[in-house]
Design a binder for this molecule. Structure first.
Ligand SMILES: C[S@@+](CC[C@H](N)C(=O)[O-])C[C@H]1O[C@@H](n2cnc3c(N)ncnc32)[C@H](O)[C@@H]1O
Length: 347
């Protein structure tokens, strides 16, 4: 069901206060302004139901500016002009939205928020490298992969502030270790197959998809924007297999395609909250069933409530691995992080 203007007003105000404050001064100011602007709220009503309207709406405008940087409004987007900007003037924003109304409505109806947060590899890489240290050629299956950029975690360079740099390459991952130490390993694991599954995989060979991914990044988070551009360039030369699928039976088929004797990591990051409880339980039951027949590591990084049925965990995003070896399952809580892995507390 479409949201009302009044509901959207509250949604934009909450977005400003809860998500942007202290992180994105530009969207903080803009979201507050949009919440008071009837025409823009009316326009945002076209966002698909169950999608976060502010992310989708601001993403649509950012997308159109990335396509045409000659627009005056683009000069207020650091992602485009590469300069610091103090504010996005509402009058200019409003003007642009009126001019591009039809294109914005089309994007709001057509697209979904599918941010691929590459910094999340800050925990994927060390856990995989530590557990599979003695194996060669690890196979990866990323459930809910978006554009599959996290499958390239073996190709990135990791800056663990105060704890050194690991790896090479132009994609710079950076995080704070607030507690504990990295799981031990001597080298980044070698990866064989990289398979991503998504209900709507974003093929980066299609320029619009790459632009949409960039557009979802908040324009004043320049480091994140540049990381995304570098990761997209690398993905175009990598061998990622992205599959369109969303059912438990599809997941089973893909997992079964990996020979039993080969090492396998199945993971998802920030995906299971989009499953119904029934789907979530069925997915876990599938992994347990497969784990009786073959060895694998299943890594889940999700908000704490997603783990309610298996482990009582404190609030926040939790990193939980289930290792299946010789038919025996061992669950390990690796630690806690934030949504974009800007910090990690290792257990
Ligand atoms: C918030 S994004 C996270 C993307 C990626 N895992 C990351 O951490 O950057 C969630 C992704 O899960 C996908 N997704 C949600 N439900 C799904 C399902 N039942 N089957 C496959 N993909 C699904 C969405 O399409 C979206 O790309």
């Amino acid at each position: 069901m479409k949201r009302t203007k009044q509901q959207l007003q509250v949604i934009f105000q909450n977005f400003a206060e809860r998500e942007c404050r202290g992180k994105s001064p530009l969207y903080y100011q803009l979201a507050q302004a949009v919440a008071q602007e009837p025409y823009l709220l009316e326009l945002a009503k076209h966002a698909r139901a169950r999608q976060p309207a502010p992310n989708l709406f601001f993403g649509a405008v950012h997308y159109l500016l990335l396509l045409d940087s000659s627009q005056r409004l683009a000069q207020h987007y650091p992602s485009i002009c590469k300069e610091v900007s103090k504010e996005i003037p509402l009058a200019l924003f409003l003007d642009f939205c009126k001019k591009k109304e039809a294109e914005i409505i089309h994007l709001l109806r057509d697209r979904i928020v599918q941010t691929n947060a590459i910094n999340r590899t800050a925990y994927l890489m060390p856990i995989a490298s530590s557990i599979f240290e003695d194996s060669s050629d690890l196979n990866l299956i990323d459930i809910g992969c978006s554009s599959g950029l996290n499958l390239n975690f073996d190709q990135y360079q990791y800056h663990y502030k105060g704890h050194g740099i690991i790896g090479e390459g132009n994609v710079r991952i950076s995080t704070d270790i607030l507690e504990g130490t990295l799981p031990p390993f001597s080298a980044i694991v070698n990866v064989n197959q990289k398979i991503g599954i998504d209900q709507n995989p974003l093929d980066l060979e299609i320029a619009e998809n790459a632009n949409w991914l960039k557009a979802l990044i908040w324009p004043d988070l320049l480091e994140r924007f540049e990381r995304m551009e570098a990761a997209i360039r690398l993905a175009k030369t990598s061998s990622l297999s992205l599959l369109k699928a969303s059912q438990i039976s599809d997941f089973r088929e893909v997992i079964d395609s990996i020979p039993q004797a080969e090492p396998l990591l199945v993971y998802h990051t920030h995906v299971l909250y989009q499953f119904s409880k029934t789907e979530r339980l069925a997915f876990r039951a599938l992994i347990d069933e497969i784990g009786v027949k073959r060895d694998l590591l299943y890594l889940a990084v999700e908000g704490f409530s997603i783990f309610d049925e298996i482990l009582p965990l404190p609030k926040g995003v939790q990193i939980v691995a289930s290792q299946y070896h010789g038919g025996i399952k061992t669950v390990r809580h690796f630690g806690q992080t934030d949504g974009h892995a800007t910090w990690i507390r290792w257990k």
